[in-house]
Design a protein around this ligand. Structure first.
Ligand code: R5P
Length: 290
């Protein structure tokens, strides 16, 4: 029987995956000491067979990361094969040296996961596939775009157009639009690497006029990218703006800020649990695990 360890960040998702796989579900319990250290205890013993660990690495990122590493290490004591499912992989955006001296943290993770015992990594809609090239173990990036698109088919929209807020997300928007059955475009976005501030560089855009828009992105962190994109699209006289994204971190009241900029509704997946996380990814993870 396959073992499935539920990391503390992904208990509900792990339970769903475990039921679908008919796996031996092992819960991990976390106690935090006054100095901030975590003590992690497995509430069951994995067998020798394959062990899957489900631990999404969202904020607190460093803390959820060390838990993932510790769970891999412990699982490897029992099991021959350890697979880490990290639906959201924090640090994925740090995959290049944008400014001199910056550390490529994805390169560090690429070294750490195999050293502690992981033989495979599964992620969902990673920011860019560049990040996975640092992993010498088997790695898989799966897309939640078809499932998100199918959710949007149930919403009544007026002449909808799929829009990526930046060129980097063009392929994702294309995949979404294909399943959804509409056209797509990608805006030009520029981020100041020192301040993090975002600007939309696309000029006048007639094709959005009087149409409902679905802004498609891999993730929302502060909401800065989507707010700028929405303000731009509203200026071009679009109708309603909806957001479809895989990972809704929604840091610092981002949901309210995004809604205030004119977004009608945000739909995300349960890679990160939350109010907007209505699309379940357990099925695509199970498929990737088989
Ligand atoms: C960047 O290129 C990503 O695809 C997201 O658009 C971005 O990281 C989201 O961050 P924020 O919500 O802070 O703009």
């Amino acid at each position: 029987m396959i073992n499935l360890i539920a990391g503390n960040s992904s208990k509900v998702l792990a339970t769903k995956i475990s039921k679908k796989l008919n796996a031996n579900l092992i819960i991990s319990e976390v106690k935090v000491f006054p100095d901030g250290e975590s003590k992690i205890t497995l509430k069951g013993k994995p067998s020798k067979s394959k062990t899957i660990i489900v631990q999404s690495i969202f904020p607190p990122v460093d803390s959820n990361l060390i838990k993932a590493l510790s769970l891999i290490s412990k699982a490897k004591d029992y099991s021959n094969e350890v697979v880490l499912v990290a639906p959201y992989l924090g640090y994925a955006r740090q995959d290049r040296e944008f400014l001199p001296g910056e550390i490529i943290t994805m390169k560090v993770l690429g070294k750490l996961f195999p050293v502690v015992g992981a033989s495979e990594l599964i992620v969902v809609d990673i920011h860019s596939k560049i990040g996975l090239k640092y992993f010498k173990i088997k790695s898989k990036n799966i897309s939640a775009m078809p499932d998100l698109a199918r959710y949007f088919k149930k919403i009544n929209l007026k002449n909808p157009l799929v829009v990526s807020p930046d060129q980097g997300g063009k392929e994702r928007a294309k995949e979404f639009a294909k399943e959804f059955g509409s056209e797509f475009i990608a805006l030009k976005k520029q981020r100041n690497r020192k301040t993090g501030k975002v600007q939309i560089k696309t000029e006048g855009l007639d094709e959005v006029k009087n149409r409902d828009i679905i802004l498609v992105d891999d993730m929302i962190s502060t909401g800065g990218s989507l707010i700028k994109a929405t303000e731009f699209l509203k200026k071009q006289k679009c109708k309603k703006v909806f957001v479809a994204c895989t990972h809704a971190l929604l840091i610092n009241n981002a949901e309210n800020k995004i809604k205030k900029s004119g977004v009608t509704r945000i739909i995300s997946t349960n890679t990160i649990p939350g109010k907007t996380s209505v699309v379940d990814i357990s099925k695509i993870i199970v498929k990737a695990l088989k």
